[in-house]
Write a protein that binds this ligand. Structure first.
Ligand code: ADP
Ligand code: GN1
Ligand code: MG
Length: 373
């Protein structure tokens, strides 16, 4: 059982002393179990981010922790060299007293990192400027990792953004129908399968050598950026578990999927769910202002399509998990994954309707940025 005593025990294993005065669950993420732990020490109040790694999702916690410790080390050096503040601009993982990268107890595998104070996250955008800042942050992150040796990264989740494979998984789950939920979601399954021919385009571009394999974040949800409470700028990209070789399209598309929307990811009233072209434009501007020069023409040409792809893929994943009995994503109620899947599929329809306009916007902004650089 996870309680204050077990959390304290984890913290002690990482050599943290002082008096544990408060614990607070942070529930933004769908994967790990995250708690903020506050200690009173002789040197004042200290906050830590205590996180149980979801080992159902990340089967190899050693490889996972090696990846992110190496990546944060690499980022820290670059941030320091460019005059930034490595303490606030990247995550800092603690080692256990005997030098380990995580600690195992009866609840699972735990890691601890420094809590970045005076920061906040968003689940919904409340201003155009914020989303432009988010684009800048992920664009900068992409640029910082441009020369990271990708061959040293272990794939923490194989085929993570292999959309055709995700569709095969959906078909297999529908066939197995372990929870007898298939009959109630035939419409959604048909929706997904009707777009099957559009699922492999990004991978094809990569296989044909038209777009490069890069080191990417792969989970660029808005709530994976910490914003500074003073400057309101994106300061730190977090949730580094899925940093792997991937396509820039995955990171751009997923950020649009989650951010350029008019309602929460689990809004059940589909009449509220749409893509915001204003937000699309703002993110594209921020993103391209950070990394346009590093992208190839074929990547830029496919950015709008990537919003379709990642939204479609995410809907397929939610639907698959619903059919499987909610074994992957955290859910708050029995139909939660289905509500999320329907929401994503509504977004897919909206993106399809607006795709040409999204392409025009991307082209215009890219041209502006390249001309002014
Ligand atoms: P998950 O993989 O489950 O999405 P995250 O690593 O994204 O977990 O963490 C969940 C939430 O915890 C984040 O959305 C953010 O609100 C908060 N958080 C994570 N790391 C930090 C940190 N170092 N400092 C402050 N808040 C953090
Ligand atoms: C998960 O961990 P979190 O909440 O940032 C998921 C993403 C999905 C997202 C949908 C490792 O992201 O791939 O796009 O939920 N992360 C993993 O909201 O599967
Ligand atoms: Mg997260």
């Amino acid at each position: 059982m996870i309680n204050n005593e077990s959390i304290l025990n984890v913290c002690r294993a990482f050599g943290i002393d002082g008096r544990l005065t408060k614990t607070k669950p942070l529930t933004d993420g769908h994967i790990n179990t995250t708690i903020c732990a506050v200690f009173e020490t002789d040197e004042g109040v200290k906050k830590y981010l205590v996180q149980k790694i979801n080992t159902n999702v990340f089967k190899n916690p050693d490889a996972l922790m090696n990846n992110i410790v190496n990546v944060t080390h690499f980022l820290r050096k670059k941030i320091r060299a460019s005059g930034g503040d490595p303490e606030r601009e990247t995550l800092h993982f603690l080692k256990t007293s005997d030098g380990g990268l995580y600690f195992k107890d009866e609840n699972g595998c735990w890691r601890i990192y420094r809590f970045i104070d005076d920061s906040y996250t968003y689940n919904m955008i409340d201003s155009i400027e914020v989303f432009c800042n988010a684009g800048e942050s992920f664009g900068k992150f992409q640029k910082l990792l441009n020369d990271y040796p990708s061959e040293t990264l272990l794939e923490t989740i194989p085929d993570f953004h292999n959309t055709p494979k995700r569709i095969e998984n959906l078909e297999a789950s529908a066939k197995a129908d372990v929870c007898a939920r298939k009959a109630g979601v035939q419409k959604e399954i048909d929706f997904a399968l009707a777009r099957k021919d559009k699922a492999g385009l990004a991978l094809e571009l990569c296989e044909n050598g038209e777009i490069p394999l890069r080191v990417t974040h792969n989970d660029t949800k808005l709530n994976n950026i910490l914003f500074d409470s003073q400057s309101h700028k994106g300061i730190c990209v977090i949730d580094l578990d899925t940093i792997m070789p991937g396509l820039s399209l995955y990171d751009f598309g997923d950020a649009i999927r989650f951010g350029a929307k008019t309602a929460e990811e689990d809004e059940a009233d589909l009449s509220k769910v749409s893509v915001s072209l204003e937000l699309y434009e703002a993110y594209t501007r921020g993103y391209l202002s950070s990394c346009a020069a590093a992208l190839t023409k074929a990547e830029v040409d496919s950015l709008a399509y990537s919003a379709f792809l990642m939204t479609y893929e995410c809907g397929v994943r939610f639907l698959t998990d619903y059919l499987d009995g909610d074994v992957y994503f955290k859910t708050a109620y029995p139909e939660h994954n289905l509500v999320r899947a329907r929401n994503q599929f509504k977004m897919v329809e909206e993106i399809e309707k607006n795709l040409d306009e999204m392409k025009r916007i991307t082209k215009r902004i890219y041209k502006e940025i390249i001309q002014n650089s």
